[in-house]
Design a binder for this molecule. Structure first.
Ligand SMILES: C[S@@+](CC[C@H](N)C(=O)[O-])C[C@H]1O[C@@H](n2cnc3c(N)ncnc32)[C@H](O)[C@@H]1O
Length: 306
């Protein structure tokens, strides 16, 4: 369902319930769900505005208001951005500001074939899938068996037929011979990305392709860049994405007077005027998440390795 927009909620959908910017939830539209003890119970979602019988959303229009027992919320169609905001965390995840840079650095477009490892909680995978669309493919690998299994189930539930998730240690076993010379781009979010760069070279098309790696520590970046250089990558570049939001709004401020008529005795500091002002939206800024290293593998006939 993430692939194609539809107007009306159906059984089996994943809907986003939006109560406020800080209360956004992804809900599976079905009769029963497993509770934390693994027992199947009626799918009733409790919010600060009261309870919602999730199955009652069937037939509701996406974008409309849903009645809760003590208020209401918006029922939104799921996008990769909303999924990233609401997904169940099984690992650290990559968030939308970094994802936007990664997709741009990978130069992805519909029809492309891309490798991702590790899959983790599938946050990035959803955005990769939307970008390559159903004419392309995402091959995503994780060496943690349960994570690979749960992510596979989620991709299936979300109708992402262009995603294949495999349980595999990519450092030990590479990405598989069947992908040799088949992919347009490789993305790594691994503790030791430099150990998978050689496999990336094998899987990228002989006409070359793009590589990108996300690492929290600068030492990981150093080792990855060394490996990229050795194996013939060019345009090696590392960026950090720091997002700073601003609020634009009206404020009443005292009027400053600098002209000749300015007179201390007759100060007009009590005169307040309405100004359009621009101020940081939050007193603190979202800090460091990770470094994004990207590089180009040139076509095979111009590749130089050291
Ligand atoms: C930080 S998580 C990835 C999060 C993911 N990018 C997301 O946005 O949800 C890193 C994942 O890499 C997996 N991993 C670590 N080493 C690996 C390896 N050698 N082969 C495959 N997966 C590996 C871990 O199991 C973990 O799930």
């Amino acid at each position: 369902m993430f692939n194609q927009f539809k107007a009306i909620v159906e059984e089996g959908d994943t809907v986003i319930l939006y109560l406020s910017p800080f209360q956004v939830f992804a809900l599976p539209v079905k009769d029963t769900i497993k509770n934390k003890h693994g027992v199947m119970v009626e799918n009733i979602f409790q919010t600060s505005y009261g309870a919602l019988k999730v199955k009652d959303l069937v037939g509701v229009k996406y974008g409309s208001k849903a009645k809760l027992s003590k208020g209401w919320g918006f029922v939104l169609y799921p996008t990769p951005e909303l999924w990233t905001q609401t997904l169940p965390h099984r690992t650290q995840i990559i968030y939308t500001p970094d994802i936007s840079v990664i997709i741009m650095q990978l130069e992805l477009k519909p029809g492309d074939v891309v490798i991702e490892s590790g899959t983790g909680s599938g946050s990035l995978s959803h955005s990769l899938a939307r970008t390559v669309q159903q004419s392309g493919h995402v091959y995503t690998f994780d060496f943690h068996e349960d994570r690979a299994r749960i992510a596979t189930e989620e991709f299936q539930t979300h109708g992402l037929t262009q995603v294949t998730c495999q349980h595999r240690d990519v450092v030990q076993d590479g990405f598989g011979e069947e992908l040799n010379n088949k992919v347009d781009a490789v993305f790594l979010d691994l503790p030791h990305p430099w150990l998978a760069v050689e496999s990336a070279v094998k899987s990228l098309k002989s006409r070359g392709g793009r590589f990108c790696s996300f690492s929290p520590c600068i030492e990981q970046v150093q080792r990855t860049c060394e490996s990229l250089r050795k194996l013939g990558f060019v345009d090696i570049n590392t960026v950090e994405c720091l997002q700073k939001e601003f609020s634009v709004g009206y404020r009443n401020l005292p009027l400053a007077e600098f002209g000749e008529s300015y007179n201390h005795q007759n100060d007009n500091s009590n005169t307040r005027h309405k100004f359009v002002s621009v101020t940081p939206a939050t007193p603190t800024m979202q800090g460091h998440t990770g470094y994004i290293t990207s590089a180009t593998l040139p076509p095979v006939h111009v590749r130089v390795t050291s």
